[in-house]
Design a protein around this ligand. Structure first.
Ligand code: NAG
Ligand code: NAG
Ligand code: NAG
Ligand code: NAG
Ligand code: NAG
Ligand code: NAG
Length: 304
């Protein structure tokens, strides 16, 4: 706990939050490998692919570079044998030629420049905003992280990630970014109960088939106050993994957002947010802007 307090002290900053075009979070993993020319080339074509697909359908997960099929197909050749000879060698499979194709050669040699990527928009956002957001993200991520193979960037409307390791389908809560409204609610007990019930309800729905990982909801706290919440998983996750990620996110409420008027938790695999003003679409813009532009947030980042 002492460590945690220390950590908060160092990293907590206050910001006046407007629904902004700046990234909400970003990671350039300094512990990941440096890029090579070939990897950089593949990242560039990966980003082009992701922007194209996501601008049309709101989500894409894909890879660029030699895939597993080829990797395993070519796995039995010596490093000094050309790819063509190697393929032919395996096909011919004659005893003579076996000399050229001994077993147990490092399979990764053929797939070493492959990169995996995922891009997704928050599923309540219009396709125009989505497209604009993902375009910005693809430019910004290269500027922010020009020479590492693991980079991630999150905006309010979209997020984008690539890595040399295949992360698709895995729950990842290693990096977390937590925002909380510095103001406390006036009636913590009632608030906590309503929040717990609302989060439980929407998290079940986010994981349900056909939801595209999104769920949003609201609940009246009093005649003049409404609580709004949204959950979003990345769409590569199974139902079980989605529920798992959201449960971990909400499990952080007591630590970072206890009795706070607003909270956002950003993980690589899921996103959770609640506010006492509307922030998701369809949106009452006037009501949203009035409240959000005067909101004072603190934030903290955790690493794996
Ligand atoms: C970094 O590259 C080396 C050599 O190519 C490889 O053995 C290692 O697994 C890579 N590490 C990561 C985290 O990708
Ligand atoms: C495989 O067989 C074809 C035709 O039988 C031959 O032309 C080719 O040279 C063989 N490949 C290798 C690597 O020897
Ligand atoms: C993308 O960037 C441009 C220029 O900075 C900005 O005007 C626009 O609002 C951004 N779009 C989104 C969705 O963030
Ligand atoms: C909110 O409550 C916490 C603990 O109950 C207290 O430490 C903090 O000062 C309060 N914040 C404000 C803005 O009143
Ligand atoms: C709020 O509710 C959660 C369960 O929904 C509980 O774990 C937490 O301790 C509660 N916090 C307070 C301050 O009552
Ligand atoms: C935001 O909160 C910080 C710390 O609680 C405070 O110092 C600052 O004056 C606040 N800003 C506004 C505009 O309320």
């Amino acid at each position: 706990m002492t460590f945690l307090k220390h950590y908060l002290l160092i990293f907590a900053l206050c910001i006046l939050y407007v629904e902004s075009t700046d990234p909400s979070a970003q990671v350039c993993n300094e512990n990941s490998n440096k890029t090579t020319t070939e990897i950089t080339k593949n990242i560039d074509s990966l980003l082009t692919k992701l922007v194209q697909a996501t601008s049309q359908s709101g989500y894409d997960a894909t890879s660029v570079g030699r895939g597993k099929a080829q990797v395993f197909g070519l796995a039995q050749c010596r490093r000094d044998v050309s790819i063509e000879d190697c393929s032919s060698c395996i096909r011919n499979a004659s005893k003579e030629i076996r000399k050229m194709c001994p077993n147990r050669v490092d399979a990764r040699i053929w797939g070493k420049a492959q990169v995996f990527g995922l891009a997704q928009c928050r599923r309540d956002v219009s396709i125009e905003d989505c497209s604009s957001c993902i375009r910005n993200a693809s430019k910004e991520i290269r500027k922010m992280c020009p020479n590492r193979v693991d980079a991630r960037i999150w905006y309010e409307y979209c997020w984008l990630r690539y890595n040399k390791e295949n992360f698709i389908g895995n729950v990842d809560t290693g990096y977390g970014t937590f925002y909380w409204n510095v103001e406390n609610v006036t009636d913590p007990k009632t608030f906590n109960k309503s929040l717990g019930a609302l989060m439980y309800r929407i998290n079940m729905l986010a994981a349900a088939p056909g939801s595209k990982g999104l769920s949003k909801g609201e609940t009246k706290l009093s005649d003049f106050q409404t609580l709004y919440a949204l959950s979003q998983c990345t769409e590569d996750l199974s139902q079980l993994s989605c529920r798992q990620c959201l449960a971990i996110a909400v499990g952080n409420f007591p630590t970072y957002c206890n009795d706070k008027k607003g909270c956002r938790i950003i993980y690589s695999s899921c996103y959770v947010r609640y506010e006492l003003y509307p922030f998701f679409f369809p949106l009452d813009k006037k009501l949203a802007l009035q409240s959000s532009s005067m909101t004072n947030y603190s934030w903290v980042v955790t690493k794996p």
